[in-house]
Design a protein. Sequence first.
Length: 687
Amino acid sequence: MDLRLSPDDRIDDGKKRRGGRKAAPAKAGNGDKPRRSSGGKKKPSRRRRGIGGFFVSLIYFGFSVAILGAIAAGGVVLYYGQDLGSSDTWEVPQRPPNIRVLASNGQLLSNRGQTGGEAVSIHELPYYVGQAVIASEDRRFRDHFGVDPFGLASVLVESVQAGQVTRGASTITQQVAKNLFLTPDQTLGRKVQEALLAIWLERNYTKDQIIELYLNRVHFGSGATGIEAAAQTYFGVSARNLSLGQAAMLAGILPAPSYYNPRNHPERAEERQRLALANMVREGYITQEEADAASLDPARTTARSDRVAGAEFYVADWVETLMTAYLGEVHEDVVVSTTLDWDLQKHAEFVVREAIREYGEARQFSQAALVAMDTDGRVKALIGGVDYSMSQYNRAVTARRQPGSTFKPFVYLAALQQGYTPDTLVVDEPLEYNGWSPENSNNQYVGPVLLRDALAYSINTVAARLAIDIGPENVVETAYRMGFTSNFQPVPAIALGTQEVSLLDLTAAYAPFANGGYGVIANVITRITTSDGEVLYEENPSGPGQILTDTQVGMMNDMLRAGVEAGTGRNAQMGGWPMAGKTGTSQRSRDALFVGYTASMVGGVWLGNDDDSPTSGMAGGSVPAEIWREFMVEAHEGLTVAELPGSYVRLADRVADPNAAPTQAAPEGGVQNPDGIGNILNSIFAP
């Protein structure tokens, strides 16, 4: 067998042999590209097909992302929305009730409650109030469905360009939703819930109702919630009477009420006012001429900026504390009419402020309180402090201080009820009782003295002897009968006014001396109604009834009248009006008081310091008596002069007139003496 290869079997030779013939196309192998036939239809470009595919893929990808985003957004909405419960259960929460407090003539004293002002209908407001807020806070308010996509996009662009969040994007409706239902937390969940609630509000309330909700619920700073509270707080007017300039200022401060507060930062507030007016011009609500005129409106200055005291706020605070006793829990807006006389209140405020200005620094006192009431206990004026904006502590109603000698009349009254009379002779001399040794303020003693003169010149040893003689428990019982509410301890030192009382209680306890012996309960409320006029409470004058006899009233007025005619209270004399009263000074001159009365009015004045530091030797017969006189002269203007009630004839007069009725017998140990020594007491005890 021939196994040798022939030339035809060689590969090289085979290639040469195929040289003249067309070789079969080789299959594409690794890295080999198939050759394109020169004949037939031209295939499409691979590059062109790739660009089109990219756009198709991009659209597909975007669509997929949108679907996924919508699903994710729906999940987020569902997740946070389920915390809100079913929309069928949603309802606008009731606005906290407002207490509107009025003087006796209808003058607004103040609003009390969580909001500081009553709710006002949008139709009661000037048309430009809502426009000012819309132009500044949400100019597309009338067009969007609760959420403003265009506004969101605008804020997004601005924030990206600025590199930080430039402003909020919440609509007025969203702000209402936040204020009504949510916390102020800036979280994704809260914003989602806010949007859901805003859409719900838009579906269930009209635009006017939503803007009304907003205006009555939004916070304007300085404790004012709602447009009425803001108008009263900053301008002293009702929101119903706001000027264009005032409305623009209130709208302008909304983004940051504490920063743009007209009281503390008037320049900032005025700048915000100009911006709000410009926004209103841009939206076509007002003309440029109207904006220019409004920015020059002098009413834009806050009405209370020059106010020092605002003492009527002390009365409003007091009224608020009484509401539970009168109505229980308050569930709706109420209007409270009070006994306060607006003109007398302003006069009292002026007199007190002037006294502080004139005497405060030299006499080293910084605070004052005043209470004035008619003889039935209706409070006509009340000053709880020098400046309410600096301190809301009510020194007339809430504070408890030592009354000093202004408490002595109740010791003497208890003695009268045990048989003493103003003409009873007692002895002023050093006293020691179970380790207690009261002294007179000047460390002088006059010996035998009439009870009348002892009270007129406020002799300490005599008051102490009376309390020991009749028993401190009888003094306490008498004080409670006269209307005091303090927790007294029956100890002899009570005779010197060492146990604390309120000025309101102290003043009211003098009223029976002025009205013929009838007990009173200090009162400031005459009527309470709902905002619709439904009567919830009507004053029904009542009290303890007659607690003193006519003779007891006469004897007390005889002694207390001597105190202002010749004794320590001479500075309180007010011309032709018959009057009576008593001075008081606590230990180390920390408190100085005067309480006095006529047949028409009772008044009490206290001066001192909140830290209980002593004054510069000030006595009740000095500045307090002068304040009392200045106030009472004005309060009695135009009134008919009337004598003090009660009947009592002094022993000296009965001796001169044998037909006079006999006096009461002197108590055991007491001596009747018609020859009082009042003529020598002035040089010893008078201030």
